[in-house]
Design a protein around this ligand. Structure first.
Ligand SMILES: [Mg+2]
Length: 128
């Protein structure tokens, strides 16, 4: 992860883009996320369908990379340790959504109720 952060840092500095505002990057992350989502507009493709569709799979890889590059750019500009913030968030998600409980009630389309119940309970706790 550090080598990717260094590569992104070099990319930004070489273009004098190392003073971008976090808000600009947040917008760019969402814009690229929308481009990723656009690939699935008017379809509900399963994993196998995506893997079989060469064009869509190719576009998906590019848009996913765009999202991740902007995420790493924000991380670099804010001097964050990308690996650490991901690991910290995964640890929180591990606590919030216990694997044994989630596996039994796996989150599949049409079966999101336990996931949503836990998520809403955490949000209510944050507000109080
Ligand atoms: Mg793009």
């Amino acid at each position: 992860m550090r080598s990717l952060e260094k590569r992104v840092d070099g990319f930004l500095k070489a273009r004098d883009w190392n003073h971008l505002r976090p808000s600009d990057l947040a917008k760019s992350i969402m814009i690229e996320g929308a481009e990723l989502l656009e690939i699935f507009q008017w379809s509900s493709m399963e994993i196998e369908d995506v893997l079989k569709d060469e064009y869509k799979f190719s576009e998906l890889k590019k848009e996913l990379a765009d999202v991740m590059i902007y995420c790493i750019q924000m991380s670099v500009l804010l001097k964050l340790n990308t690996k650490k913030i991901i690991e910290d968030k995964l640890a929180l998600a591990d606590q919030k959504y216990p694997a044994d409980l989630m596996k039994k009630k796996s989150v599949k389309p049409g079966n999101e109720s336990l996931y949503l119940k836990i998520k809403m309970a955490h949000r209510a706790k944050r507000k109080s």
